[in-house]
Each structure stands twice: as structure tokens, then as C-alpha cells.
Design a binder for this molecule. Structure first.
Ligand code: SAM
Length: 237
């Protein structure tokens, strides 16, 4: 399936200079466009790349009509792709508490073609995950984790999500370049899920179980190969 072109819904997502960002896990050498939202103030944070959003869309399509969760919605770029894939999406982000941010996200998500509905939750993961799950009887079939990247946070997100997954489910992390995020993927690996890495700009980590089509990705040959010791355990062959 061809990913939808949604960039026109995000006029504030501006291409930026990754070399000016001092987060140690931004892969500046990858020749893909790094965008951040011009309305955002304070600390620097970016959007997933176009390739990463396309991957999310194509991985999520097999769960169309089922319930999904995104942790870390920011301005809705990745959520828009998950909605376009047909997920009924719960979106968690503490920034949604700001009425302007909530409105900005709604204005975009309401324009996504193929959307079957979403709910915005202004809370912090992992603390609010149980309450969000209780918002509907169905467990989550697809989860995208891109919230707090520091310290134990990705691992705690993973632990909070694990009991709420459907028997056939997929979980995707953004930013596997960070060992803190890798610790989140390891929670699923240790729980018996299949796992793999997708070598995009920031590297996606994918875990799945049950009757699920494993992710397929043809690597852009311009993206450097991965030689990071914290990712060694995910290598195949
Ligand atoms: C890198 S941005 C997400 C980008 C987004 N997925 C995209 O590409 O469109 C990270 C987001 O996580 C949110 N965040 C930070 N801590 C969080 C937490 N504990 N739970 C949920 N979201 C959190 C931030 O407010 C921020 O909007």
C-alpha cells in the first residue's frame, strides 16, 4: 500500500539543521530531512522522518479498524499516519493539556483521509496508561512509543503497555539509536515477542507477536549501517 502524502497538513513542520541540535542520539549524518514544528518553544524536539511515518503507516495497515495507541503525539504528524492506516487511535501527550496544542492537533487529525476516530489524552505515560486503556473494552493491537526518551522512561512505557496488548499485536519505538529506548524494546523481546530494527534516520524498533505480518523494509542505501553495541542482540543471521 502506498503511504498517503500528508506533509501539506503540516505547514509548520520546517526542515532544520540537525547539526545545531545537541541531543547525543540525533543521527545527523543521515541524509534525510529533519523537521521540527516551528510553533514549539523550549527544548528542541523533532518529528519522525517522512520515511519513518511511511513505515508506521504500512506496518499499521494490517490492524485497520482495530484500536491503537500513540505515546508522544507532539503536533500529530505520526498520529496522522496511524489514523490514515485505519487505527482507532488513543493519543497520549502531556502537551495536550494546552488548549492551543489540543486545537492544533484536532485541526490536523480531523482532516486525515480514512480516519475512523481518535481520542486525545492529556497525561503522562506510564502513569495514565491504565486509565486510557479503560476508555474502551478493546485491547491495543498497535502501539507507537515516542514520548519521554530519557533514563528508564521508555522501559516504563513498555512495561505499562505490555499487559494491555491484543494477542496479535505490534509495538514500534522511535529512536533506537538511544540505549534508553532500546531498553524499552528489550521488554518485549524478553516477553517472547519477535523483534527487529528498521534502519531509518533514527532507527525504528519493532516487536510483534501472534498472527502478524512482520515488517518489511528496503533500506535506503544512503543510510549508514548500524554498528552500535546496544543493538547487537537484534541482529539476525
Ligand atoms: C519527539 S516528540 C514526538 C514526535 C511525534 N511522534 C511525531 O513525530 O509526530 C515527543 C513527545 O512526547 C511527549 N512526552 C514527553 N513525555 C511524555 C510522557 N511521559 N508521556 C507521553 N508523552 C510524553 C512530548 O510532549 C512530545 O510532544
Amino acid at each position: 500500500m502506498t503511504p498517503p502524502s500528508l506533509l501539506h497538513l503540516f505547514p509548520h513542520a520546517k526542515a532544520g539543521n540537525p547539526w545545531a541540535v545537541d541531543w547525543p542520539y540525533l543521527r545527523k549524518e543521515v541524509p534525510h530531512i529533519w523537521r521540527s514544528d516551528a510553533r514549539h518553544t523550549g527544548y528542541v524536539t523533532g518529528n519522525a522522518s517522512v520515511e519513518e511515518a511511511a513505515c508506521l503507516y504500512s506496518f499499521a495497515c494490517q490492524f485497520s479498524g482495530r484500536r491503537g495507541l500513540e505515546i508522544g503525539t507532539h503536533y500529530g504528524w505520526t498520529a496522522a499516519h496511524l489514523l490514515a492506516a485505519g487505527l482507532r487511535l488513543d493519543c497520549i501527550d502531556p502537551a495536550i493539556e494546552d488548549p492551543q496544542r489540543r486545537q492544533d492537533i484536532i485541526e490536523v487529525l480531523d482532516k486525515v483521509p480514512g480516519s475512523v476516530g481518535y481520542r486525545l489524552w492529556d497525561g503522562f505515560s506510564p502513569q495514565c496508561v491504565d486509565a486510557v486503556r479503560a476508555g474502551a473494552p478493546e485491547p491495543w493491537s498497535f502501539v507507537f512509543i515516542d514520548g519521554n526518551h530519557d533514563g528508564d522512561a521508555p522501559r516504563e512505557d513498555a512495561r505499562a503497555v505490555l499487559p494491555h496488548l491484543a494477542p496479535d499485536a505490534m509495538v514500534v519505538f522511535h529512536d533506537l539509536i538511544s540505549p534508553h529506548v532500546e531498553a524499552g524494546l528489550a521488554v518485549f523481546r524478553d516477553a517472547g515477542f519477535d523483534t527487529c530494527l528498521i534502519n531509518t534516520m533514527q532507527v525504528l524498533g519493532v516487536a510483534w507477536r501472534g498472527k502478524v505480518d512482520p515488517p518489511v523494509h528496503i533500506q535506503d542505501q544512503n543510510v549508514p549501517n548500524l554498528f552500535l553495541s546496544h543493538l547487537d542482540k537484534y541482529r539476525r543471521g
